[in-house]
Design a protein around this ligand. Structure first.
Ligand SMILES: *Cc1c(COP(=O)(O)O)cnc(C)c1O
Length: 382
């Protein structure tokens, strides 16, 4: 992975608040929900997304994404729903990539019809697949790359060129890559979204979200956000800022473990297929190399047909079978039984998910311990 000294420094220092009163070395935490008008030009209030800690953290994440501005939300879904609704009105249309995060898919299907907003899902991941769905009333394109769970890679540059030609906006859910591995704004994408519950938080103890973009974009999102009210508690904002100080170190270790694990799984006869953008056999490996600085900590594999998936997950001792991802601890799940259980069998098959599929979120443990845990669970079935 290409290292950027600048990025590492930004993780530690960007957006840091100064402790003027006592000279403490970390950002002070301001829990006030009420601020005097005296010497500040703005009315500071938690739901206006402008308390000192919120502004500091927004600046930090914006710096990591190379964005002009940012806003922090109470969850990834609060960030995603607010960003979308602030950019849409009744009669508008949006083109979505087919394999989206389940919560986003539910939001679109459940909420858009109530507001008279139209949408299409693409059948493929090429720019031409998106172009085919563009109509007269299309306002934007929404993507997620690497995708969940089969880690398809969408060419960011070709999507942003298509959108610019069509005069529409682009949004990306950059959660799986994290700002360490991918900075979509550099490829012309307009709005970057994060579930900070995942890599930005990184310790499975924070629920938060973020929206990054130009100042004009953030002003537009704010106009709706102050009405929807999805702001994050300053205490959690402060914890998240602290977590991001180690973002580069964590994700770099996760990238390395995931690459080694993907290569190991690829060599095993109890594994039918491995999906990891860092493997040369991955269909989108070249695109990933072009636009990603590292290939990420997420990987997916299909167990051989003779193994029972549920037994395999329950047989793991070190690796936790849980829904969430991106923590410093390794976790695994069956998308069919959990994250993608609400899809129809047909929809799952179309996304490449079957009964043997395991989605793996690689932690920072010793690689030999991870391999040993996987092997001992497989051996329980022989
Ligand atoms: C978890 C997740 C979300 C939703 O985030 P929450 O913080 O749970 O609301 C959105 N997109 C992706 C890719 C995710 O993994």
């Amino acid at each position: 992975m290409k290292e950027s000294a600048d990025f590492k420094t930004l993780c530690v220092h960007a957006g840091q608040l100064k402790d003027e009163q006592y000279g403490g070395s970390i950002s002070p935490l301001y829990m006030s929900s009420s601020y005097a008008f005296n010497d500040v030009e703005i009315n500071q209030y938690p739901r206006y997304f402008n308390t000192p800690n919120q502004r500091g953290l927004a600046q930090k994440i914006a710096a990591l994404e190379g964005a002009e501005a940012g806003m922090i939300f109470g969850s990834g879904m609060a960030a995603i729903s607010t960003a979308l609704l602030s950019h849409l009105k009744s009669g508008d249309h949006v083109v979505f990539q087919d394999d989206l995060y389940g919560g986003t898919r539910n939001f679109i299907k459940h909420e858009f019809p109530k507001y008279g907003i139209q949408y299409s899902f693409t059948s493929g991941i090429k720019a031409s697949d998106f172009e085919n769905e563009i109509r007269d009333n299309t306002q934007g394109i929404y993507i997620e790359t690497p995708s969940n769970p089969t880690l398809k890679i969408i060419d960011l540059e070709s999507i942003s060129m298509l959108a610019k030609k069509a005069g529409i906006w682009t949004m990306i859910d950059n959660t799986f890559a994290s700002p360490v591995n991918q900075n979509p704004i550099a490829f012309g994408i307009d709005v970057v979204l994060h579930s900070a519950t995942k890599y930005l938080g990184g310790h499975s103890d924070i629920c938060a979200g973020a929206v990054l973009g130009s100042q004009a974009t953030i002003d537009r999102v704010f106009d709706s956000a102050k009405n929807f009210g999805g702001s994050l508690s300053d205490y959690t904002v402060w914890l998240l800022e602290r977590s991001i100080k180690t973002l580069f170190l964590r994700v770099q270790a996760q990238n390395q473990n995931a690459q080694l694990l993907a290569e190991f799984l690829n060599s095993q006869d109890w594994v039918a297929k491995v999906y990891y953008p860092g493997l040369p056999q991955h269909p989108d490996h070249e695109i990933a190399k072009k636009q990603m600085k590292g290939f990420g900590g997420m990987l997916t594999f299909d167990l051989a047909p003779n193994l029972d998936c549920k037994q395999f997950l329950l047989g793991l001792k070190l690796i936790k079978p849980t829904m969430s991802l991106a923590g410093i601890e390794s976790t695994a799940l069956s998308p069919r039984l959990t994250s993608h259980a609400l899809l129809t069998e047909e929809e799952r098959i179309a996304q490449g998910i079957n009964s043997q599929t395991i989605r793996f979120s690689t932690g920072i443990e010793a690689i030999e311990d991870l391999k040993a845990d996987l092997l001992q669970s497989v051996n329980q079935q022989s």
